[in-house]
Design a protein around this ligand. Structure first.
Ligand SMILES: [Ca+2]
Ligand SMILES: [Ca+2]
Ligand SMILES: [Ca+2]
Ligand SMILES: [Ca+2]
Ligand SMILES: [Zn+2]
Length: 561
């Protein structure tokens, strides 16, 4: 009986890997969107193919029991992952924003397949740790990818219209074309009309439009609960990027906030992971769609930020602008109408690092005639030129059980506006790689000089001195905020002796935080430490560990002869 149970458990545990559409892991298909099973299959195969560079593990599980997989990348023969400065990348927290997962996967493959070939990437993987989590929201992402339903959340039922019923009125693919698009219904008092420029496009009626055909517009579906609204409460509804603790607000203040901060296993696992991996120097939180970068501030006014940190945020953002030729936008703009409980806000205010929300994919939203706005006509022209019109489902007559004769049609929203059509996917992702690598390279990096050993009294007293340096770009505290928070641990030198005693110096020396190359010539990037040891046996030795939470750990073994 026990054996049988065990077997079932193993089968269930491996099910999420075996359902994957088989794909050559050494020649991944970047012209498709990966389901969670597909993505986890690649991670698993890559972990097998690169055992010295990877470790694959789960940091939690969803309400449905899907694992939240993280791939850790570093050359283990050059130090343990936790002893190196690290960078955290995730994607696809919002279910329909599938590009985020693809960015993470393609970046992973670039790091692994370029190791030993590309000197820059080899150095990165030797000296730093990369944590990659392609599917932040695996259950929601799979619904978005494999069904016509559109959602931002996980499938956890949530009452979006406050009527006491959960998920009672989702969209319906009435005409079975695999899209949930729009419905238009003729109504003499309707507020919509057909555009004269393109009969596929609906435009709002002008105040002086008195004659002609006017329409009401609905999302494609049935009013399942007969409340007069269509699709007002679909699958789920919690916005996980409003569920983090910093400046969290109730549903009345913040749509989709969830019942309390970190109510979701996916958000809770994130904070637990970041909090227990304090070598992380920055957060890359991938979203779509816009073709710009959201930077801090996110939930609070820019004036609240330390000025030094403001400069750093702008500098790191500017690198995005120059490498992608896309713009940077503050995530917070209006004090009356702003976000609550975002990951990067927590990341700065409570964790002391700078995070970014790259919003991938802007081609669909290109302002072709440069008048400062993007019209449906411009989108339609892009659709016709680039996709042969396939991004828009043409209007078809449908006999609706509640509305009578309607027409169903509209955008293939998920793969025009929200994500690139697959033929643009690879090129879109390649745009961000330079900045992604650079972000990880900016972290602090502890280097220790060759110790100087001086025998003061043969066989009795030995003097040792060594210089500790931050050879990285950023200071070991990363931000001034981390110092204010009292979480920027000082760099420490810790002595372990065998056959010797300490005469001068300290067993634990607090070196403070060390400036980085970014801080300029006059900044304090180095510290020299001196010790005098009394030798008690002939094979005496001192082991000195320089420990920086975010700059890495370096160990020196010194023979005291
Ligand atoms: Ca409801
Ligand atoms: Ca709902
Ligand atoms: Ca449909
Ligand atoms: Ca309804
Ligand atoms: Zn998003």
């Amino acid at each position: 009986m026990f054996k049988k149970l065990l077997l079932i458990t193993i089968l269930v545990a491996s099910a999420q890997f075996t359902q994957a559409q088989k794909e050559d892991p050494k020649n991944p298909n970047w012209a498709k969107y990966h389901t969670t099973a597909d993505a986890y299959y690649l991670l698993q195969e890559w972990a097998k193919a690169y055992p010295n560079l990877t470790k694959l593990y789960s940091i939690g599980e969803t309400l449905k029991g899907t694992q939240l997989m993280v791939l850790e990348i570093t050359n283990k023969s050059k130090g343990a992952a936790e002893d190196k400065p690290a960078y955290y990348y995730d994607g696809n927290i919002h279910a329909g924003e599938l590009t985020g997962a693809e960015v993470a996967l393609q970046y992973t493959w670039l790091l692994l397949s370029s190791y030993g070939k590309d000197p820059r990437i080899t150095n990165l993987v030797d000296t730093r740790t990369i944590y990659i989590r392609p599917k932040f929201n695996p259950d929601g992402a799979d619904i978005a990818l494999t069904t016509p339903q559109a959602l931002r959340s996980t499938p956890r039922p949530y009452d979006q219209d406050g009527d006491g019923l959960l998920d009672e009125d989702p969209g319906n693919d009435l005409n079975n074309d695999n899209f949930i698009t729009d419905m238009r219904v003729k109504n003499p008092t309707g507020k919509w009309k057909i555009s004269l420029e393109d009969s596929r496009i609906m435009v709002e009626r002008e105040p002086n439009d008195l004659s002609g055909d006017f329409y009401d517009m609905y999302d494609e579906g049935i009013d399942d609960d007969n409340d007069g609204l269509y699709n007002e409460d679909g699958i789920g509804g919690i916005d996980m990027n409003r569920n983090f603790p910093r400046n969290w607000g109730l549903e009345s203040e913040q749509k989709g906030a969830g019942p309390y901060p970190l109510s979701e296993p996916e958000t809770r696992a994130t904070i637990e992971f970041l909090s227990t991996h304090r070598n992380i120097t920055g957060i890359f939180h991938g979203h779509t769609a816009a073709g710009f970068l959201y930077r801090l501030p996110s939930t609070t006014n820019w004036d609240n930020f330390n000025m030094e940190d403001q400069r750093l945020i702008l500098e790191l953002s500017d690198k995005y602008a120059t490498t992608t030729s896309q713009k940077v936008v503050p995530s917070y703009s209006n004090p009356r109408l702003h976000r609550h409980g975002t990951l990067i806000s927590w990341g700065y205010w409570d964790y002391g690092v700078i995070g970014f929300v790259p919003e991938f994919w802007g081609a669909f939203q290109a302002d072709a005639n440069k008048d400062g706005r993007v019209s449906d006509l411009e989108r339609m022209q892009w659709n016709d030129a680039e996709l042969g019109g396939k991004g828009f489902v043409n209007w078809q007559v449908y006999d609706h059980p509640q509305l009578g004769k309607v027409e169903i049609g509209g955008w293939d929203y998920k793969f025009t506006r929200q994500n690139p059509p697959t033929k643009y996917l690879k090129g879109e992702i390649e745009k961000y790689v330079e900045w992604m690598l650079w972000l990880a390279e900016t972290g602090p990096k502890i280097a220790v000089s060759q110790p100087k050993v001086e025998v003061l009294e043969k066989g009795k007293l030995v003097k040792v001195s060594l210089t500790v340096e931050n050879d990285g770009y950023l200071p070991t505290n990363i931000t001034e905020r981390a110092i204010e928070l009292e979480i920027a641990k000082p760099v420490r030198a810790i002595v372990d002796l065998s056959g010797a005693e300490l005469v001068s110096g300290k067993m634990r020396t607090d070196l403070g935080n060390l400036a980085g190359r970014r801080d300029g010539e006059s900044a304090d990037r180095t510290k020299t430490i001196e010790y005098v040891f009394k030798v008690t046996v002939s094979a005496a030795k001192a082991t000195i560990t320089i420990d920086s939470e975010k700059g890495g750990k370096v160990k020196r073994e010194i023979s005291l002869k």
